[in-house]
Design a protein around this ligand. Sequence first.
Ligand code: ADP
Ligand code: MG
Length: 333
Amino acid sequence: MLLAALLLCGCSGQASAPEPTAPPVKRSGVGFYFDTVVTVTLYGGEESLLDEIWAECARYENLLSKTIAGSDVDRINKAGGEPVQVDPETWAILQRAREISRTTGGAFAVTIAPMTAMWDFTGGTNRMPTEEQRLAALPLVNDEAIVLGDNYTVTLPAGMEIDLGGIAKGYIADQVAKMVQGRVSGAVLSLGGNVYVLGAKPDGSTYNVGIQDPDGGSGSVLAVVNTTDRSVVTSGIYERQFTLDGVTYHHILDPVDGLPSRSDLSSATIVSQSSMDADALATACIVLGREKALAMMAEQGIEGVLITRDRQVYKHQTSDTFQLNMLVDIPVQ
Ligand code: ADP
Ligand code: MG
């Protein structure tokens, strides 16, 4: 449903010598958390591991969802300017989010909530803000105003709200990756557009993570990233959208004006050991547009692939930790 990056089971990467022992048991499961399909494939490991993963997903959903009453995010949003004590993990996510907001010049903002609330990209009502509502939300979006105090307290000025939709799935992917690391010989974790691949497949090869064709509909793959022990996160303007009076509106909003980003990018993929960073940065790249996104990636040593609305493909790569293979005839710039 919301799988931006698809997993291809094709073979590539280095093939290893045949193992004399039996191949690891493959276990797969599908869950639905954070309004997103979560799929997990594990090679080897204890049978209980999948249940442990679902329990973690449920715990994080109860902590980080904006729509679950009593979650940390819900309590922060309803505190009316008073400090709220939160789980240390929530506090740490907000700290990192605020840093990324800074390093992306405000293109990423977890205080985007008053803006996201005015739109409905998922409920089927095609709701969009009036001009008045949109302008009223502008001063409420500012990550610098989040006060992270002692003892894991968070204070937000009254009227402001947070929405971790652009970063939480990445954080959770990181935590699940840590949880299974060393306990399996390979794993593929996919939380919507956030994919984390670990170790190797039973034949010793690494993984192909698909980058969806922004113009091709779900399931059509434009390129694959071959890698392991990395997260591959794609944000795309085709993910959640609606069309009203001939205009298509998508779910990545520009904090500057509260409108869906009108940059020249339709898709941004970040490859990183931190799925949290990759998640937030992929979202930010869409808002920044090609030129600023490439400059930011170069400055911060961020690796990834950008696709423009006119189907040009740009790559920024500084290591040999991944390989980009195009499935369509477009040159990589
Ligand atoms: P998806 O959730 O579809 O994988 P993203 O990771 O790109 O996509 O995150 C988009 C979500 O992040 C939106 O649904 C919204 O909750 C939130 N969001 C939208 N615009 C921004 C922004 N500029 N900064 C931070 N979060 C945003
Ligand atoms: Mg994101």
